[in-house]
Ligand binder design. Structure first.
Ligand code: DC
Length: 232
């Protein structure tokens, strides 16, 4: 059995709307590596809990939900957005709503929910490599990752990006409400006692405020391809 630890991992952590999702996808495509969208796992559990009508503060019920929910990712052949299948249902659009994001943030504060998703996240580590996008990828899930990035952007800029994204999907939101939601989520994610949002001590910090996505992708790729870092 080959040692799984030799498979390189690039972790990209950061707050909601920092561009992590788009940047992680582009970097994974450029490298030909697998992609783990860990936020989608938390969102999927939040969605499943909602479908079951669970009280999100009922840690026991939500943990059981995290343990039993079947979550799959399917890449359409035409190269369009990855589909997220939750208990056999295509929940791709549902999990992206702000309601589902807030539910994900709430259940993500429960340690046993995080524990329930631990193995699932590790199962994405496959050759030739993995780009892992989330909040605690470099600190808790893949502390041994060879490359670590912490991506930030101002709350205003993140709200504007998210507004544009949701508008394009035809979802009705206001910029002010989004900004409030993003700020509240930042506080919840950063202040929770378990796996709070914070940069790994060995992460490279990138502030993407005012920087085009493709320029950030180039910076991240340079980090992975730098000969000094590329050696195990
Ligand atoms: O990245 P995202 O916005 O899709 O994540 C949704 C929520 O899930 C976020 O508010 C916090 C939680 N999350 C987490 O706690 N740990 C992760 N690794 C990824 C997401």
């Amino acid at each position: 059995m080959p040692d799984i630890k030799i498979i390189p991992v690039l972790t990209i952590d950061g707050p909601s709307g920092s561009g992590k999702g788009t940047i992680s996808r582009k970097v994974a495509d450029a490298l030909g590596w697998h992609l783990l969208d860990s936020g989608a796992l938390y969102r999927a559990v939040g969605f499943a809990a909602g479908m079951e009508g669970l009280d999100l503060s009922d840690a026991e019920a939500v943990t059981r939900c995290a343990q039993t929910t079947r979550i799959g990712f399917r890449d359409p052949k035409d190269g369009s957005e990855t589909r997220v299948i939750v208990n056999g249902l295509d929940a791709t659009d549902d999990i992206r709503t702000e309601t589902c994001g807030a539910a994900a943030s709430a259940i993500a504060a429960i340690p046993s929910v995080r524990a329930a998703l631990f193995e699932k996240q590790h199962s994405f580590r496959k050759a030739p490599g993995l780009v892992a996008d989330g909040r605690d990828m470099g600190t808790v899930i893949f502390p041994d990752a060879r490359f670590k990035v912490f991506l930030t952007a101002s709350a205003d800029e993140r709200a504007r990006r998210r507004y544009k994204q949701l508008k394009e999907k035809g979802l009705g939101v206001t910029l002010a409400a989004l900004l409030r939601e993003i700020q509240a989520r930042d506080v919840r994610d950063a202040e929770r006692p378990v796996a709070p949002l914070k940069p790994a001590t060995d992460a490279t910090l990138i502030d993407s405020t005012g920087t085009p996505i493709d320029a950030v992708v180039t910076m991240v790729l340079a980090l992975v391809r730098s000969p000094r870092r590329a050696d195990p």
